[in-house]
Design a protein around this ligand. Structure first.
Ligand SMILES: Cc1cc2nc3c(=O)[nH]c(=O)nc-3n(C[C@H](O)[C@H](O)[C@H](O)COP(=O)(O)OP(=O)(O)OC[C@H]3O[C@@H](n4cnc5c(N)ncnc54)[C@H](O)[C@@H]3O)c2cc1C
Length: 440
């Protein structure tokens, strides 16, 4: 079938199987070099393999839960959305969540996803107790920080290239309500934006929407959102009895791909202007329900169609703290100058680095979407160069077009990863279109 990541670029014809259990999965691996696929929310070609793509979503059981520690054991195809629906009413929430809940457990581990609390708590891998991974011969190996630590180290963030994850144990966090105490801070330029992140470093959650189409004095103006899980005592009396009841959201849907002219520099600039002004006028403190705070985009099904039939590409890099101010300014200036609009531009502060070739490292991460066009592809090559000049590195879960040399210049661990795969006999057993493109 024709398959793509969330960006709908590239699209490839892939042979897809959907094994039901361990035996069927072991059999599928005999059909040739394979890659596991979760819910297809990575943007590019990391979950595509033209000859053997394995849809893991039938590994969909939640196996056990320990209310003393918050540890859940779940198969790899379980959706984060289902975990939240099951456990939030009992007072538990994911310790780390990406900006969509329509991802699988396997996909979150393979990308070692980060959330708005990375600067304090680390990535998904920090809350993992163990993982079970299938080897090319069908054997299952359980690994953790103490048991087969090398396999654990490279599987977390390893983009499926150490074999299919079948099951995992990880910890949820206790919460008293389904509400977030949100603080809204508009900033007038990049300097104020970075200063606000540093001032509010102890906030559990922080994220900024950044206007990447203004220059000069307003370059880098942003809307920063900070958040804390609300206690029951933060709620109005009428809400305290049912602290996990939050308003049902009407799901909107993009029924068809938008025509290419919908997103151009004029519409995006106008959108950004209105969005910034409306955001700046919001109250400084408010209570937000968990869906609005963590997953604003999930309320529009198929929003990826907004970018038209050709799809879109995302650029996401992280720059170390010392290079962030100059690097972000250079990136934003280049984007403003190009006139290519991105209205989904997000800035976050990241904390300690994780395992293997996991993406996060201390510094600032900037993520931007662009509709696919020759101009956008050229622009991203230039953004790569600017990020490299500022010692940045790139997020594989968002990549669809990087070159092997850019990857190697940005991340010395890529060669170690490749060597490990060769030494463990994994390079011919597990490949994706991305791993072939990047020579991993
Ligand atoms: C709207 C949106 C917001 C996002 N926000 C964030 C964010 O804030 N932070 C962040 O870190 N990421 C973010 N992402 C990226 C997303 O969280 C990751 O790409 C995640 O890996 C997708 O999970 P999936 O189940 O859809 O995996 P897929 O996209 O299907 O696969 C992604 C990778 O995981 C591997 N994989 C999947 N399942 C398995 C398995 N069972 N065993 C081994 N490997 C497997 C695949 O081979 C592939 O390499 C966002 C994506 C979207 C669309």
């Amino acid at each position: 079938m024709m398959l793509s990541g969330w960006g709908r670029f590239p699209r490839q014809s892939c042979a897809v199987s959907d094994p039901r259990d361990i035996d069927e999965l072991a059999q599928v691996l005999q059909a040739g070099s394979a890659i596991a696929r979760g819910n297809g929310r990575s943007y590019g070609d990391s979950a595509l393999n033209p000859v053997n793509t394995i849809d893991m979503r039938r590994f969909g059981r939640m196996v056990s839960f320990d209310p003393m520690t918050g540890q859940i054991v779940a198969e790899a195809g379980v959706l984060l959305a289902d975990i939240i629906d099951t456990f939030l009413p009992r007072g538990w929430f994911p310790s780390v969540t990406p900006g969509t809940r329509f991802v699988t457990v396997g996909g979150m581990i393979a990308s070692d996803v980060h959330g708005k609390n990375h600067h304090l708590h680390g990535a998904f891998g920090a809350f993992l107790d163990w993982i079970e991974v299938m080897a090319p011969d069908g054997r299952i190996t359980r690994c953790s920080r103490t048991e087969k630590p090398e396999l654990f180290h490279w599987t977390v963030g390893g983009m499926g290239l150490t074999g299919p994850i079948v099951c995992a144990a990880f910890r949820l966090r206790r919460v008293e309500t389904g509400w977030i105490r949100q603080t809204n801070l508009p900033t007038r330029n990049l300097e104020e934006t970075l200063a606000a992140f540093e001032t509010h470093h102890s906030s559990t959650y922080s994220v900024a929407w950044i206007d990447c189409l203004t220059g000069g004095d307003t370059l880098g103006r942003s809307l920063i959102s900070l958040g804390e899980h609300a206690a029951a005592s933060d709620l109005a009396w009428d809400k305290r009895k049912q602290p996990f009841d939050t308003p049902a959201k009407r799901l909107l849907s993009m029924p068809v791909s938008a025509p290419a002219f919908v997103l151009n520099r004029h519409t995006v600039r106008a959108f950004n202007d209105i969005y910034y002004r409306r955001g700046a006028a919001r109250p400084v403190e408010e209570l937000s329900d968990w869906k609005s705070f963590f997953y604003p985009l999930d309320s529009i099904l198929n929003w990826n169609r907004l970018y038209g039939r050709r799809g879109f590409i995302q650029f996401q890099c992280v720059l170390p703290p010392a290079a962030s101010a100059a690097g972000l300014a250079a990136l934003l200036e280049r984007i403003t100058h190009s006139g290519l609009g991105s209205f989904l531009a997000v800035l976050k502060r990241l904390g300690d680095a994780g395992t293997g070739i996991s993406f996060p490292m201390p510094g600032y991460t900037l993520a931007l979407d662009f509709p696919v066009s020759p101009g956008a592809l050229d622009l991203l090559t230039e953004l790569d160069r600017i990020a490299l000049d500022h010692e940045g590195r790139f997020y594989l879960a968002k990549d669809s077009r990087m070159t092997p040399s850019t990857l190697r210049r940005s991340d010395k661990r890529a060669e170690d990863f490749r060597a490990m795969r060769q030494a463990m006999g994994l390079s011919s057993a597990f490949t994706s279109s991305q791993s072939e493109r990047l020579l991993l």
